[in-house]
Design a protein around this ligand. Structure first.
Ligand SMILES: NC(=O)c1ccc[n+]([C@@H]2O[C@H](COP(=O)([O-])OP(=O)(O)OC[C@H]3O[C@@H](n4cnc5c(N)ncnc54)[C@H](OP(=O)(O)O)[C@@H]3O)[C@@H](O)[C@H]2O)c1
Length: 299
């Protein structure tokens, strides 16, 4: 890939994942520029340059990306389908590696599942990037699947624990291991990809900070709080049904219902361990599950 990557632009650097990515990129020694919407009130660390852009204008984006070696998009889910001008600008500005706003389930393996309807913005963006990289071999990409955001998901309910009421929601048996990642760990993975871009050129990788089962997470929460938690058992098939009903009415909040079936359902088979977990490839180690839970419980 030639010269090392030095200058990195981050889109959505004020967001949940973006803040962690910016911080880890700065710590890894990259020169970071954050692109932000015109009128955004976001603020950034002192060492980070921010540039206001118009995401509908290839010209505005191209001048903001001049001199950047890599572009990391952590843009909000609602804006994902509108990244085409950003990709065109990255190519025009000579950006050598793009990491698009994926960071969830592996969108390359969705088959005809209904959740794929909701993820079309990610799928089409990556298809477009793939086409552009075939036309411009110097423009390369890495896609990253992270599974559930674990540290972010604890207070947001997606991990199924409510610490205020000490209640856990467990889907099916609770024994299915699932792919999960902490935001700083994803930031470290992004930095590692850009330190050694050659190992992930035009590749979609999956990473996991750990692959716990719901029952393991519950047992740890009980151990750390020294109390038995109330457990609500729900069938994941019901979530699929609720999701389909919502989607038929155009309600994209169906995503969280589909996700529960897809991630937690018995037989899901989505854990990424051993050589499937690209942490090894990136020179990173797994995170400490118990520590992650302890930190959240102490907040
Ligand atoms: N795996 C999981 O559990 C999980 C959970 C949540 C999200 N994700 C994924 O992670 C990626 C990043 O999500 P996130 O939650 O970190 O993003 P976010 O915090 O919701 O938004 C990131 C940034 O996007 C920028 N932005 C640009 N256009 C926008 C628009 N039209 N509306 C709102 N913000 C806009 C904003 O920055 P400025 O104000 O500076 O422009 C915002 O701070 C997405 O691909 C998302 O699907 C995964």
């Amino acid at each position: 890939m030639g010269n090392p990557i030095k200058n990195v632009a981050v889109v959505g650097g004020s967001g949940n994942l973006g803040r962690a990515a910016v911080s880890e990129l700065v710590d890894a020694g990259f020169t970071v520029t954050v692109l932000t919407r015109e009128g955004s009130t976001a603020t950034f660390p002192a060492r980070v340059v921010s540039k206001a852009v118009d995401y509908t204008s290839v010209g505005s984006l191209t001048s903001a990306l001049e001199g950047q070696d890599a572009l990391v998009s952590t843009i909000a889910t609602v804006a994902i389908a509108a990244q085409k001008p950003l990709v065109d600008a990255a190519v025009a500005a000579g950006v050598r590696r793009i990491i698009p706003s994926e960071f969830g389930i592996n969108t390359r393996f969705l088959g005809k599942e209904p959740i794929g309807t909701i993820l079309q913005g990610k799928i089409q963006t990556l298809n477009y990037i793939h086409e552009k990289s075939k036309q411009n071999p110097l423009f390369t990409w890495t896609g990253v699947s992270t599974g559930l955001f674990f540290d972010w998901g604890l207070p947001h309910g997606s991990i199924g624990l409510d610490k205020a009421t000490k209640t856990a929601t467990i889907y099916d048996s609770g024994d299915e291991p699932y792919q999960a990642s902490n935001l700083p760990h994803i930031g470290k993975a992004i930095a590692a990809i850009l330190k050694h871009p050659e190992v992930t050129t035009n590749r979609y990788i999956s990473i996991a900070s750990f692959n716990p089962t719901q029952n393991q997470v519950l047992a740890l929460a009980e151990k750390l709080t020294g109390e038995k938690w109330t457990v609500d058992h729900l069938p994941s098939s019901e979530q699929q049904k609720i999701g389909s009903e919502k989607l038929s009415k155009g309600d994209y909040s169906a995503f969280s219902n589909f996700l529960k079936k897809r991630v937690y359902g018995d037989g899901a088979g989505l854990a990424v361990s051993g050589p499937d977990n690209a942490l090894d490839l990136l020179g990173l180690e797994e995170d400490d599950l118990e520590k992650s839970l302890r930190e959240w419980l102490a907040e």
